[in-house]
Write a protein that binds this ligand. Structure first.
Ligand SMILES: Cc1cc2nc3c(=O)[nH]c(=O)nc-3n(C[C@H](O)[C@H](O)[C@H](O)COP(=O)(O)O)c2cc1C
Length: 414
């Protein structure tokens, strides 16, 4: 938990000879825009695809291609470059380059720099489908992973050669996001986290619903943050237009789509027994129509009343749910439950009361004015210490806030 995020401020970016090298120009732009320092090293083949001038202009720094470069004072670019970087990223990494890495070759500046480094190395392979599926490449990738080299991708889809399948380099935005995610402390490694997100819709008739303005952004950001922290996440989502959070580890997210509060409860109950942590972010309807008309209700000139009945309180139920699990640490007890509440005034007091009422160890009170539909959120953390021990966080972008909350949850849950 006290583990700090890895620094990715100074990036040594290797570019090798693949068509995707043109996308790396955009990647450099994204990194620079995010305030990072980027130094580019290219192989001779990479320079066949994109000129050094492009990378120099985008990075604002000299580009290195030659082992015998005399610019560094000590004449050893391969040593100097890694000493002045936090992380080394090769994008695209060609099949040839991966093979040379596996064998510890140092026959050009980039391979020699890799060998001389003490900083972490990440490769983003990019090649034609057959080259990727070739047993030699697969052996090489397995060996690189065994050597603690991180592999981003490859992606799947249309390739420059006309094939469709695995082998494309991830998109620049995905690589930038993956690097950011990779750097996060793994405070939830091995944990299973169940999260609800978004609104629910309660049917009035086949075409009309009662719903609310929840966008799902906070829940999705938390799902992403928990995955980045090493957890396996089940995301039970009400209706939203949001894409499933992206993370590179296959199988680290399972999304279950639901519409109503009753469906959300059923999906949560179906997944809770193996969960270590339950985070209830969804804005679940408190009431639903006592009955839903089978046919569309016709418009008339008279008033219409809809009888409402309360829905089940998912969080309060799960807080009392004895898990059925083969794991003795879980069996018979509820998961660690975290609730969310939107409060517009007396945030600490109302939040503390709600935490006690729900019987949960931790409640995150949103400041209602700052949250619905917004990219930012302000939150106050309330735990067993009640209103007096409440921790008010600064107003933050929901992704940044989610990472902070994931760390707070991890530190209390363990
Ligand atoms: C037009 C063209 C496109 C190529 N695209 C790729 C590619 O996408 N991925 C790859 O691994 N190799 C590709 N190659 C082959 C590499 O450029 C070749 O293996 C080269 O030796 C790689 O050198 P490097 O690893 O030192 O950069 C391509 C070759 C040509 C001529």
């Amino acid at each position: 938990m006290s583990e700090a995020a890895k620094s990715t401020q100074r990036i040594l970016l290797g570019v090798t000879g693949g068509i995707a090298a043109y996308k790396t120009a955009e990647l450099v732009r994204l990194f620079v825009k995010a305030g990072k320092e980027v130094t580019v090293v290219m192989t001779e083949s990479a320079a066949q695809f994109v000129g050094t001038a492009t990378f120099q202009a985008l990075s604002g720094k000299p580009v290195y291609t030659d082992l015998w470069d005399r610019r560094p004072e000590n004449g050893m670019a391969h040593i100097d470059l890694t000493r002045n970087a936090d992380v080394m990223l090769i994008a695209p990494a060609s099949a040839d380059f991966l093979a040379r890495l596996v064998h510890g070759r140092s026959d050009d500046l980039l391979t020699t720099t890799v060998l001389a480094r003490t900083i972490p190395l990440i490769v983003a392979p990019a090649m034609n489908l057959q080259m990727w599926e070739n047993p030699a490449t697969q052996r090489n990738i397995a060996q690189l992973r065994a050597d603690q080299i991180e592999v981003f991708g490859p992606g799947n889809g249309e390739q420059a050669c006309g094939e469709v399948g695995d082998g494309r380099m991830l998109e620049p935005e995905q690589i930038a996001a993956a690097l950011d995610a990779w750097a996060q402390p793994k405070s939830l490694l091995g944990k299973r986290v169940l999260i609800t997100a978004g609104p629910t819709q309660e049917a009035i008739d086949p075409v009309r619903v009662i719903t609310n303005h929840s966008s799902g952004k906070m829940g999705y950001a938390l799902a992403q943050a928990c995955m980045e922290a090493g957890a396996q996440v089940t995301l039970v989502s009400g209706p939203t237009a949001l894409a499933t959070p992206f993370w590179l580890a296959p199988g680290s997210i399972n999304r279950v789509n639901v519409t109503s509060a009753a469906q959300m409860l059923a999906a949560v109950e179906a997944n809770v027994d193996e969960a270590d942590i339950f985070i209830a972010v969804a804005a679940v309807a408190d009431y639903r129509p006592a009955s839903s008309a089978e046919q569309k209700i016709k418009k008339t000139d008279t008033n219409l009343s809809i009888q409402l009945e309360p829905t089940a309180d998912i969080l309060a139920r799960i807080a009392k749910h004895p898990r059925k699990s083969a794991d003795p640490k879980k069996a018979g007890t509820p998961p660690y439950c975290v609730g969310f509440a939107a409060e517009s005034e007396n945030v600490e007091q109302y939040g503390a009361e709600k935490r006690a009422r729900k019987g949960i160890p931790m409640l995150i009170a949103n400041h209602a004015q700052s949250t619905f539909g917004s990219e930012d959120n302000q939150a106050t953390i309330i735990d067993e210490r009640g209103a007096a021990g409440a921790v008010r966080l600064a107003k933050l972008n929901k992704s940044v806030l989610a990472r902070a909350l994931a760390r707070e949850i991890a530190s209390r849950q363990n």
